[in-house]
Write a protein that binds this ligand. Structure first.
Ligand SMILES: Cc1cc2nc3c(=O)[nH]c(=O)nc-3n(C[C@H](O)[C@H](O)[C@H](O)COP(=O)(O)OP(=O)(O)OC[C@H]3O[C@@H](n4cnc5c(N)ncnc54)[C@H](O)[C@@H]3O)c2cc1C
Length: 411
C-alpha cells in the first residue's frame, strides 16, 4: 500500500504526520470527504507500539465512527469489566464495553482504513522540521530512506505520540519530560484463560505511585505491565529528571506479590521483549497548534492520567482536528479561526482529563483504592457512578470538584 519512491507527491491538502490512532483517524475523516491527504510515519506498517492494548468505551465509540469497530472486534478479545483490585486484595468489577487487541494489529487496521478512505501512505518517512514562511507552516521536511523530501500543504497535522522530538522540532513542546512511564510484556499461558477475564488493574504500595495490570488478549496471551505517574521531577524550564524508580523492579514486584500475576508468569512463556515507553497526559505539556499546523493525540497529552488509557482519546482528538479542518474549508474560515475552533474542542474535553488527574491520588495513596472498593461493594449507586465515568455516560464536571470526589468515597 506504499507509494513507489520515484513517485512521491510534492503537495497535498493536508499532510498528517504519525500513523498511530490519532493520525490515522484524522487522515481517515479528511480523506473520506475527498481531501488529498498524505499520511507519513517513520515506521513501515504493521509496526508494534508499547501499550497495554486495552480498548475502553471511548475507543469503541471512535472505532465505530471510523467504520472499523466490527473489523477490530473480529480480532480482539472482548471483555465486560474492569477489575479494580486494592492493596488488601479487595476487588470490584466495574461494567463497561471493553476489549483488548495488540497495537500491531489495531494500528494496522486503522492505517489501512485511512488508505481505503483515500489517504496516501508514504513509504517510511521521518518528520524532521516544518517549512515556514512568514510565520505560517506551509509544509514539512521529511527524511525518506537517506533522502530529504519536502512536501507542501496548507495544513500539517502532527500526531507523533508521546516521544517529544517531533513536537520539539515544530516548536510546540512546552515540557520535554513525560507525565509517566509504563512497561509491558506479553505472556502466553493458556491455563490462565477463564481465570483472568476482566481488564485487571491493581493498586499496591509496592507499585506506588502507579498501578499494575493484566489484560487478556486472544489465544491464551496476556498483556501484563506496570505504570508510574509523575515519573519525572520537572523544573520551571520544563526540563526534568527521572524519579528514583526502576520500572523493571516494580514489574518484578508486581509479578511476585499479585498472585494471578505470579501464576501467569510461573506457568507462562514470555513472548517478545518486555518494553517501556513514555506517557503524556491531561492535555498538558504542549501547545495545540501554530499557524498552519494542528497537533493532536498523545503529542498534546491526550492520554488519561491514573490508568494511562489513551487510544480512544487519541482517535477522538484526531477526529476533532479533521472536523475543524473540514469545517474551516466548508465555511471558508480564516486560518486562525480553524485553530481556535479546534483548541476550543480540545479544551471542552479537559474536565474528563482533570477527573483522571485527580484520581491519581489513588496511585500515590493506594489505601484509597481499598476504601473505594469497599464502598463500591456496598453501594450499587457508587458502582453505577464508576461505570458512568468509565463509559463516559456521566458528567465529569460533577466529579471534578473536591465535593464530587468526596461523594465517591462517602456516598
Ligand atoms: C506501556 C503503555 C501502556 C498503555 N496502555 C494503554 C491501554 O491499555 N489502553 C489505552 O487506551 N492506552 C494505553 N496507553 C496509551 C496509548 O499507547 C497512547 O495513548 C496512544 O498510543 C496515543 O496514540 P497516538 O496516535 O497519539 O500516538 P502513537 O500511538 O504513539 O502514534 C504516533 C505515531 O507517530 C510516529 N512518529 C513519531 N515521531 C515521528 C516522526 N518524527 N516522523 C514520523 N513519524 C513519527 C510513530 O512512529 C507512531 O506511529 C499505554 C501506553 C503505554 C506506554
Amino acid at each position: 500500500m506504499n507509494t513507489p519512491a520515484d513517485a512521491l507527491p510534492l503537495t497535498c491538502d493536508v499532510l498528517v504526520i504519525g500513523a498511530g490512532p490519532a493520525g490515522s483517524a484524522c487522515a481517515n475523516m479528511l480523506a473520506r470527504e475527498g481531501l488529498h491527504v498524505l499520511l507519513a510515519d517513520q515506521h513501515a506498517f504493521p509496526r508494534d507500539k508499547v501499550c497495554g492494548d486495552g480498548l475502553i468505551p471511548d475507543a469503541h465509540a471512535a472505532l465505530k465512527r471510523l467504520g472499523v469497530l466490527d473489523e477490530v472486534m473480529n480480532h480482539a478479545q472482548p471483555a465486560h469489566h474492569v477489575g479494580c483490585i486494592g492493596p488488601r486484595g479487595g476487588r470490584v468489577d466495574v461494567p463497561g464495553t471493553l476489549a483488548v487487541l495488540p497495537r500491531r494489529i489495531l494500528d494496522d487496521i486503522l492505517c489501512r482504513a485511512a488508505v481505503r478512505a483515500g489517504a496516501v501512505l508514504l513509504p517510511p518517512a521521518r518528520f524532521e522540521a516544518t517549512i515556514e514562511e512568514n510565520g505560517l507552516v506551509v509544509g514539512a521536511r521529511l527524511k525518506i530512506g537517506d533522502a530529504a523530501h519536502e512536501i507542501r500543504a496548507p495544513w500539517v497535522v502532527l500526531a507523533t505520540g508521546a516521544v517529544p522530538q517531533a513536537m520539539l522540532a515544530a516548536g510546540l513542546c512546552d515540557r520535554r519530560t513525560p507525565s509517566g512511564i509504563a512497561l509491558r510484556g506479553y505472556v502466553k499461558n493458556p491455563a490462565m484463560v477463564g481465570r483472568i477475564k476482566a481488564l485487571e488493574v491493581v493498586w499496591h504500595k509496592k507499585l506506588r505511585p502507579g498501578y499494575g495490570w493484566i489484560f487478556p488478549c486472544t489465544e491464551g496471551v496476556f498483556n501484563i505491565g506496570v505504570g508510574i505517574v509523575h515519573s519525572h521531577k520537572v523544573d520551571k524550564s520544563g526540563h526534568g529528571a527521572m524519579q528514583d524508580t526502576n520500572l523493571r523492579d516494580v514489574f518484578k514486584a508486581f509479578t511476585e506479590f499479585y498472585e494471578p500475576a505470579r501464576q501467569l508468569m510461573a506457568g507462562g512463556e514470555i513472548v517478545g521483549e518486555i518494553k517501556g515507553a513514555p506517557l503524556r497526559c491531561t492535555l498538558e505539556g504542549a501547545r495545540y497548534s501554530k499557524p498552519g499546523l494542528l497537533a493532536t493525540g498523545e503529542a498534546v497529552g491526550s492520554t488519561y492520567s491514573f490508568t494511562g488509557e489513551g487510544i480512544g482519546k487519541a482517535m477522538e482528538t484526531g477526529i476533532l482536528a479533521a472536523e475543524a479542518l473540514l469545517q474551516g474549508r466548508r465555511q471558508q474560515q480564516a486560518e486562525a479561526q480553524v485553530r481556535s475552533g479546534y483548541e476550543a474542542k480540545l479544551l471542552a474535553l479537559k474536565p474528563r482529563f482533570d477527573l483522571y488527574e485527580r484520581a491519581n491520588r489513588v496511585n500515590a495513596h493506594p489505601w484509597l483504592a481499598d476504601l473505594l472498593i469497599w464502598r463500591a461493594k456496598k453501594s450499587e449507586r457508587l458502582l453505577r457512578r464508576m461505570s458512568g465515568v468509565l463509559n463516559e455516560t456521566s458528567n465529569p464536571g460533577h466529579l471534578v470538584t473536591l465535593k464530587g470526589l468526596t461523594r465517591l468515597f462517602t456516598e
